[in-house]
Structure formats: structure tokens, C-alpha cells
Design a protein around this ligand. Sequence first.
Ligand SMILES: Cc1cc2nc3c(=O)[nH]c(=O)nc-3n(C[C@H](O)[C@H](O)[C@H](O)COP(=O)(O)OP(=O)(O)OC[C@H]3O[C@@H](n4cnc5c(N)ncnc54)[C@H](O)[C@@H]3O)c2cc1C
Length: 557
Amino acid sequence: MTATHAVTNQAAPYEDVDLWAANAALRDALAWHHPGHDRARMGALGRSAGSAALQQQARLAHLHRPALRTHDRFGRRVDQVEFHPGYHALMTHACQARLHGAPWREGPGGHLERAAGFMLATELEPAVLCPVSMSYAVVPSLRANPALEAAFGPGLAAAAYDPRFAPAAGKAGLTMGMGMTEKQGGSDVRANTTRAEPDGEDAWGQRFRLTGHKWFFSAPMCDAFLVLAHAPQGLSCFFLPRWRPDGEVNPIAIQRLKDKLGNHANASAEVEFDGTLAWLVGEAGRGVPQILAMGALTRLDCALGTAGLMRHALALALHHTAQRRAFGRRLVEHPLMLNVLADMALESEAATALALRLAAAVDATEHGRATRAGADLAHEAVMRRLLTPVAKFWVCKRGSLLAQEAMECVGGNGYVEEQGEGVMARIYREMPLNSIWEGAGNIMALDLLRALRGHDVAAAVAHECAAARGTHPAFDRALERVLHAVERGPDEAQARRLARETALLLQAAVLRRHAPEAVFDSFCASRLDGAADVFGLLGAGLPLEGLVTRALPSLAS
Ligand SMILES: Cc1cc2nc3c(=O)[nH]c(=O)nc-3n(C[C@H](O)[C@H](O)[C@H](O)COP(=O)(O)OP(=O)(O)OC[C@H]3O[C@@H](n4cnc5c(N)ncnc54)[C@H](O)[C@@H]3O)c2cc1C
């Protein structure tokens, strides 16, 4: 067949890349928030996540979807999910990189390094990060039951992954998930119908028997879950293990796995509980705030994960356009393509900066001291509350748009999967998920309004923006608009508008701190007087080549 054509003008695979070294936006952001971060750790993670060997495992984990076994051949219930070895390789990588429960047992900066690592691991495979994220986010909620925290906390923090379906006490590493959503309500969890009947007390505290279902129950092979159910005192948060302390399997009937648009490597199940044992976590009747402490941290991960996916899509687009030639020169050399790439680079850097800013607020408030000198803890607490819905809302909304544009940069090849080799398609199908789960866009915008009620958000926004004020006229106009809207108070129908304007303003403020001046100026000029509807509308005079070169330094050669 070689006589018919030679394969020319196709890009080399994007693999064996040091994802940390290639990502100047992430490196600068982490260096600003946490000057003493562990460079060797980040470099090692960047190299492993970008390695051809692990990228191949990611392809296989995505291609060979998890399979449910409900019964054995004798008719006994089994309720187990089998994964491709690629999935286990990626889970091992993430747990060894301490991206799950480890930061809770580390010193200041642990959450920030973990956040940067989470973004890098997203460029490997985002779907397996669902159980990794839940195993990170659950720890503060679990502390409300010290006996359970003592039993499960060390396993959640261990730098080990143990895929065996076995009692937690004998495992090297543990993972946890969460179950809130039921058929009749996901956002409105107060509509939950699962019932919890008291069943005595033991070393893990008040024990209950649960009867009901969960309509979305991701990563069902986790060792335990936090779930919501109605106790006699009202909706409460429960710890539900897959194995009971007496060594018996806790009955969790996995009815089927969801047939999802993307997120293929991860299993998301529908489950039923019938006398399933669970232990109370926190105060009975206060289940929603108890489990939402976990939800707030998975929302952080939605922003981090989407920023990681955006970076991956951008890098693939840059990598391709730097090699592919059309009309006599490389695609990246065409002025209009340069504009599209530069605009996406701005978006990706702003998403990275905002997500890491939220992680910095989490790190500071958890440790009672900031990793960067001079940060004010009261201010960090308001920023954590404010940025959780704002970053989740805006970064996730922009992710899908960027994925579509990055795919277009790669042309027809971008749309082709070819046995999982087409990573751009995988990214595109993954993107909407972070926007939906853990609170869809409207729910985030409404949560922003709740944040306005309980905190002096105007003062916090003014403080956060103080260093950038007066440095760009569009920034000053945006600041006045946001302060005015915040002072006017909640207006439900305008909540998305406020979330968008607040996100853009705070993205600019944080870029002013740690991005080159050209990035800040270009961001303000292109975003703050009205967000553009498509990429590639950067105005004349903006440093397109510089923005693109920063996004993929290898282009400078
Ligand atoms: C792949 C996948 C995995 C998942 N894994 C889990 C899991 O492990 N555990 C778990 O508990 N859940 C999980 N979920 C469920 C997810 O969190 C919910 O789907 C999500 O919270 C939305 O709930 P819902 O589907 O019931 O939609 P609804 O609550 O019906 O919402 C539908 C739409 O209405 C909007 N809306 C709702 N209320 C209002 C309002 N007051 N004002 C304006 N708009 C409103 C929402 O923003 C949304 O756009 C998963 C979902 C997916 C897709």
C-alpha cells in the first residue's frame, strides 16, 4: 500500500512531555502563592503524567469501560465493578502522588501543591479523578465523627491504592465517594426519600439502617460513602461502608451503570439500600451542611479539573498548529490562527489562576496561616466562600467553549477518536460534566447570592483588587460595576451576570499579581468591557505571539 501515499504533514503525538515544565501559567501561579513549593515533586508529577506509558494507560482506561457484575453464576449478588488495568494504573499514580486525602495531614502549602498536581493529573485522565477528588473532599466532613476519622483517615491519606474489594482494616489505601442525588431531586436534596431507622450504637457511634436509593453514585467500588437520608430528626449525613465492621458485606445493590456522554473510565452507578448499615456523621437533622462541606471541596476540584482540561486542550492545539502546514506555512504562523490560539491561552491562564487562587484560600484557612506572607486570614475565609461558587460556575462554563475551539484548531483529526487516541474528543465529552455535577450553573450562581448575605463581599472584593486598581481603565470600570452590584444586593434573575462579572474581575486581579503584564493587559482589554462570544477576537495591537509563546515555550525555538 505504500505506493498510494506517504503520510506527511501530520503532527507527532503529544506524549513524553514534561507537563509541569510546559505550563508557565501554573508554575508562576504556584510560585506566587507558595514560594517554597516542592519543585522536585511537581517536576516528577509533570513528567509522569505526560509520559507516553501512562498516557497509553489513560487511553485504555477510557476505551475499555468499567463493567458491572451484579450476580455470580450461582445467582448470589456480587455488586462489583470491574475495571481495565489502565484504570488501576491511573489510580495508583494519583494516590502515590498524594492527590487524595494526603494534604489534610501535611503542613501549609499541601493543599496548593495538591491543587497544582490535580491539574497536571487531569492532563492524563480526568475521569479517575472523581474518586480521587471525593477522597480528598470527604476528610473535613468525616472529622465530625472522630471514631470514623480515626478508622478511615489514615487510609485516605496513605500514598497507596488498594483496589481489592475487602474490609477497610486490611487495606493499604482507602477511597470514599458520596451519594446525595436521587431520582426525584439532585439540586433539591431536601426531596430525598431514603429513610434511616435507628439501630443502636457501637464504636463508630449511632448506627442506622438505610432503605432507599441513589440515582447517581459514582465510583461505587470506593470503600465507603457519605450519603444523605432522613432520620427521625430530619435529613442527616451518614457514613456508609461497603464492608461492615463485623466483616460482612454491607448490602448495596448496584442496579446498573450509567451510559454517559464521557467520563468513561469512571463508573457511575444507580444503587439501592435495603437495611444497609450506616453511621451518623455530625448532628442528626443537619445533614445538608455536613455533606456540603465535602461538596464545597469537590467544587474546588471541578474548577481545578476544568482548568487542567483547558490547559490540555490548549496544549494539544498549540502542539498541532506548530507542526501542521497549510497554504505554505505552519498554522500557528497564520495571523488569524495566532489570534485564536492567543485568546485561548489567555482563557486557560485565567482559569488556572482563578482555580489556584481558590486553592490558596483553602490552604490558608485550613492551616490558620497563609503560605504567602502578608495574607490576611479573615480575607482568605471570605475569598474561599465567594470563590467556590464563582470559580466553579465560570471556569466550568468556559471549558466547553474552549474545548470546541481547540478541537477546531486540529481540524478533522480533532473530531476523530480512533480507539481512544483522539484525546481532544475525550476532553470535549468530559467538559460539560464538571459544570453539571456538584451543583449546576444556576445552583452556583444562587450560592453566590447566599455568600453575599453572610459576608462583607464588597470589602473583600475591594481588598482583593487593591493592587490592580488604577492599572487598567477596563479593570477600574469592572470593579465599580461589581461593587455596585454587590452593594445593590441579591437579584436572583441576574445571578449569572454577577457570577460572570465577579469571576472576570477576580481573574484579572490575580493575573495582575503573577502573570506577565502583557497577559493582564490583554485579559483586561479583551474581557472586562464585555465577554467575547467566540475565541479569536483579540484586538489589534495585542501581543499575540508573546501570549502563544508563553503558553507553549517550545514554540520559541
Ligand atoms: C456522571 C455523573 C456522575 C455523578 N455522580 C454523582 C455522585 O457520585 N453522587 C451524587 O450525589 N450525585 C452525582 N451526580 C449527580 C449530580 O450532582 C446532579 O445531576 C446535579 O447535582 C444536578 O441534579 P439533577 O440531575 O437532579 O438536576 P436538577 O436538580 O433537576 O436540575 C436541573 C437544572 O435545573 C437547575 N435548577 C435547579 N434548581 C434551580 C433553581 N432554584 N433555580 C434555577 N435553576 C435551578 C439546575 O441548575 C440544572 O441546570 C452525578 C452526575 C453525573 C452526570
